[in-house]
Design a protein. Structure first.
Length: 570
């Protein structure tokens, strides 16, 4: 075997020794420039200068996101509640803060707790947008093996994971959907409170100023003692359950830990909402079923349906009849087929009406509309039975549709999202399944059946109408003529103007309106009282007018708060 001779180049050594002995040729222009550039890269002009911005390769954060990052690091010392409105990029803000701390060497061990359906979404965003080597937690051994983990809150708080997590000291803890931490008696709150953490970010789009006790619990979790002991807080700031006293001082304390950006305060690049209400005429058999269910609900209310569980069941039944025959069928059997006893004559009559319905007018309309839209589309329904029926019909028409619902495992949800992004034309999602997902690559949405809660409607729209959406968003609302659904859409569209514009403080307004009775209960009461269409429309008109007045009041309060904050700064 031939040997390979190795020779070392030592020609530089003589000139190097000469330079050391004489001190000559150290400072030629080329070397000076290199040294200058190296020093320039290491300069941090001020402590609040953000280094992470120079390391972002795939996107440019918006001004309000940069300001939040600066404020959290330089003023709030890494402990903050990020409470921007839905779609303004709280995940981006958290990613920027994490990136900045990693670059500065102040953070090494990181735990990010999110809903199960968002684990992969968070991991991808951190990997792709920030080049942060985050891993999605899947096995118990991973708690010890990775420094930056994204995990499900439900998994983390259960044994054996809980004990493993509590052994570690975390430099940064990030919790998404932090409104689930408002009650200190829950396992979520107690688990987060026990975690050893240096910095902490709590992300929520839900305003926290309404329930005084919840506000105290959330701030205490973040910064114990910020609002004093609970008794001191009650005496100093609480006038009633949802009413504060010494508001200026309380607001000042909260602003030390909470940041909330609203769309109306920033010139954000959001696209338009294009809304179409599609009226649907029920077939004679469907009309008879709707009238039969409505009559059944009214009779049950008259017979003493005041029990909260009974009222909830009747509410579900009345909503389902506007969705599909299949949804009503499942609920009737679940509620009234008990211990093998025969069905009552009333229920048996409804079953016969169900069997007489041979097709769904709404499903036929959905298929026709989807054929006319050769682009990706998400269709929302509240009920699994309706979801399965729609998917079967779309498959028969040769349209590739995939389901998405809350009962799926995390892996299955991730797979469905991947299929929708790359292969399927339609995603048929239930309410629970659609929570928290981002679908900016899709800009068509069908509200197959309409929630009776305006907040849930806005959450649906927020899945596609958010920062990063490059196209105008098209929203199609299905309204069955001559049903309560038609009145609901009239209320949301004409009186509240929910679809065309974003109502930033929607939840605050609804809480002020509801009191002890939600809109859903009021609507059921209207139906139970046998009010005709004119009376129902008049009642909803009053409700819409009250909503408008409260909206003006809430916006005025927000403006006054903003003015006071500006005055304090100056």
């Amino acid at each position: 075997m031939n040997q390979i001779s190795i020779r070392f180049d030592r020609t530089w050594l003589t000139s190097f020794k000469h330079t050391i002995e004489t001190g000559e040729h150290w400072s030629n222009w080329e070397r000076f420039q290199l040294a200058f550039e190296a020093a320039e890269q290491q300069i941090i002009p001020q402590f609040d200068t953000l280094q992470c911005l120079k390391h972002l390769q795939t996107f440019q954060p918006l001004p309000h996101q940069i300001e939040v990052t600066r404020q959290v690091i330089s003023e709030m010392h890494g402990r903050a509640i990020l409470a921007d409105e839905v779609g303004l990029g709280k995940t981006i803000e958290a990613g920027l803060i994490l990136k900045e701390y990693l670059i500065r060497g102040l953070v090494h061990k990181v735990l990010i707790l999110v809903p199960a359906s968002l684990v992969l979404q968070w991991t991808r965003e951190l990997n792709q947008k920030f080049q942060i080597p985050a891993m999605a937690q899947k096995k118990a051994w991973m708690w010890d093996s990775y420094d930056i983990l994204v995990a499900s809150m439900d998994t983390a708080k259960r044994e054996p994971h809980r004990s493993e997590i509590l052994k570690h000291q975390y430099d940064l803890l990030i919790v998404d959907e932090a409104h689930k931490l408002k009650n200190k008696r829950t396992k979520n709150w107690q688990f987060i409170n026990q975690l050893d953490k240096k910095y902490c970010l709590l992300l929520t789009a839900t305003p926290v100023q309404n329930e005084m006790e919840e506000l105290y619990n959330l701030v205490t979790l973040l910064k114990p003692g910020q609002l004093g002991k609970q008794r001191e807080f009650q005496n100093e700031f609480v006038a009633a359950k949802r009413k504060a006293k010494n508001e200026a001082q309380l607001r000042q304390e909260i602003q030390r830990v909470l940041i909330r950006n609203r769309r109306q305060d920033h010139d954000l690049p959001l696209t338009k909402r294009m809304v179409h209400t599609i009226p649907i005429e029920l077939s004679p058999a469907e009309r008879e079923l709707y009238d039969g269910v409505t009559q059944f609900v009214q009779n049950q209310c008259r017979q003493g349906g005041t029990d909260p569980r009974s009222m909830l069941s009747l509410l579900v039944l009345q909503k389902e009849v506007c969705s599909s025959r299949d949804a009503v069928f499942h609920t009737l059997f679940k509620l009234f087929q008990k211990d093998g006893n025969p069905l009552s004559p009333e229920v048996a009559s409804l079953i016969e009406k169900l069997r007489a319905v041979q097709y769904s007018s709404k499903v036929n309309q959905a298929v026709q509309l989807i054929k006319e839209i050769p682009e990706k589309l998400i269709l929302f329904t509240e009920y699994r039975a309706t979801q399965e029926m729609i998917i079967r019909q779309l498959e028969q028409e040769g349209i590739y549709a995939i389901p998405y619902r809350g009962g799926f495992s995390r892996n299955k949800k991730d797979w469905m999202m991947e299929l929708f992004a790359k292969r399927a034309q339609v995603m048929v999602a239930t309410e629970a399944g659609g929570e928290g997902i981002n679908l900016q690559f899709c800009h068509h949405m069908i509200n197959f059946d309409m929630p009776w809660n305006p907040m849930r409607v806005e959450q649906r729209i927020g899945r596609i109408h958010r920062l990063g959406q490059e196209n105008d968003v098209f929203i199609y609302n299905f309204a069955t003529i001559g049903t309560i659904e038609e009145h609901i859409i009239w209320l949301l569209h004409e009186k509240i103007n929910l679809f065309e514009s974003v109502i930033g403080e929607l939840e605050t307004i609804l809480e002020k309106m509801d009191g002890d009775d939600s809109l859903e209960k009021r609507l059921l009461h209207l139906i139970a009282c046998k009010k005709d269409d004119l009376a129902i429309r008049e009642e909803l008109n009053h409700w819409g007018e009250r909503f408008r007045l409260l909206k003006e009041e809430v916006l005025a309060d927000e403006q006054q708060s903003s003015n006071r904050s500006c005055a304090q700064l100056h």
